[in-house]
Write a protein that binds this ligand. Structure first.
Ligand code: SF4
Length: 359
């Protein structure tokens, strides 16, 4: 299949692997910041194709994983309000909150429905005019434009019984936070999907301020190996910069129409990240014009103090400081069927990926 088979071609993969072995002279650590990259890296056994001195570590790129526990607590509190319908992507339903999960709340009678888009959630609100429909809006720059489009549709249609609980996040601030924390990262594989929307200007501060390279990578084995070779090449030349390997999809300017739509609906704010704490300018809130669609403004939620799952080291894993098998609960207590932390829930979460592919 065009755009897949040539990027999984065995000969091309072997050549790139040999090339990497030939050009890598010193130990290097690169971080893949995107959950889809983490999945591809393990699915295709990329670690086994790299020279021994090249390490790939996973970063904070799984949206479900980085969403702080108090967000789940708020979603649970909203689900308990009589008459609400919670609409959510499937991943979130199993994520443990401090005291419950959406799955448990649904079993206890809350109306929680899995949807594939915000449009589906809006349709539910249209057909249930006497119920409040709340959409759990999480994700990075890739999923924000559909949320913005949904809010605009709700605004134009004057849909009154619809709101969102927003935890939309922005990718560059955690990358900056990790470098500033001193985590040894020699370069980043930047997310292909996010960059399709944002373009590449958002990463320019990384080589400029920190002297580290960024390569926007595709998701097939040839993409990933080629991107790593580009990062190694930048280091050998002493020329860190932002480059696009995923040229068949990503343009330097990104999707300007989507960017305008997001800017119309959202404004930048600080946000709490799992493992990384509160990061300034790292998330999106509805602008005042659209705040009547903000579930937190519509309902006064009374929440208990958030409580992280005991023994879970998700936060360290999201920073690339630990690997999932280093968690004492991995496989023994925490599994995809019985997740203790968010990193075991999502198919893009590092613990879930390790569990599925390392076996
Ligand atoms: S294995 Fe489970 S408990 Fe351990 S870090 Fe991962 S999600 Fe948390």
């Amino acid at each position: 299949m065009k755009y897949i088979s040539e990027f999984r071609d065995t000969e091309a993969i072997k050549k790139l692997s040999q090339h990497l072995h030939a050009i890598t002279k010193k130990p290097l650590t690169f971080m893949e910041v995107c959950g889809s990259h983490t999945m591809s890296v393990h699915r295709f056994g990329i670690h086994d194709l790299l020279p021994e001195n090249v390490h790939l570590i996973s970063g904070p790129g799984c949206p479900v994983c980085v969403t702080a526990i108090d967000y789940i607590d708020k979603a649970v509190a909203l689900a308990r309000i009589p008459g609400t319908i919670i609409t959510t992507f499937g991943d979130l339903i199993k994520v443990p909150g401090s005291y419950s999960t959406l799955e448990k709340e649904r079993a206890a009678g809350a109306d929680i429905r899995i949807v594939f888009s915000i449009n589906e959630a809006l349709n539910i609100s249209v057909t249930n005019p006497d119920r409040e429909v709340i959409f759990l809006a999480i994700g990075f720059e890739t999923t924000t434009p559909p949320t913005a489009a949904g809010i605009l549709r709700a605004h134009e249609g004057q849909i009154k019984n619809f709101s969102i609980l927003s935890a939309h996040k922005i990718m560059p601030p955690p990358m900056e936070a990790l470098i500033e924390e001193g985590i040894p990262i020699d370069g980043f594989l930047a997310p292909g999907h996010v960059s399709t929307i944002t373009g590449t200007a958002i990463y320019e501060f990384i080589p400029r301020q920190f002297g580290k390279g960024v390569v926007v990578s595709g998701f097939e084995p040839v993409d990933i190996l080629q991107s790593i070779a580009m990062l190694v090449d930048q280091i050998q030349r002493g020329e860190p910069k932002v480059e696009i390997q995923y040229r068949r999809v990503v343009r330097p300017e990104g999707n300007t129409k989507a960017q305008q739509m997001v800017d119309e609906v959202f404004e930048v704010t600080s946000s709490n990240w799992r493992g990384l704490g509160n990061l300034p300018n790292s998330a999106l809130n509805l602008r005042s014009k659209y705040q009547h669609f903000d579930a937190e403004k519509k309902f006064q939620l009374v929440l208990k103090e958030p409580k992280e799952p005991k023994g879970c080291i998700c936060g360290l894993i999201l920073k690339g400081l630990r690997q999932p098998p280093q968690c004492p609960l991995f496989e023994k207590v925490c599994t995809p069927e019985n997740p203790v932390g968010a990193c075991m829930v999502s198919s893009e979460g590092a613990c879930n990926v390790f569990y599925r592919y390392k076996k």
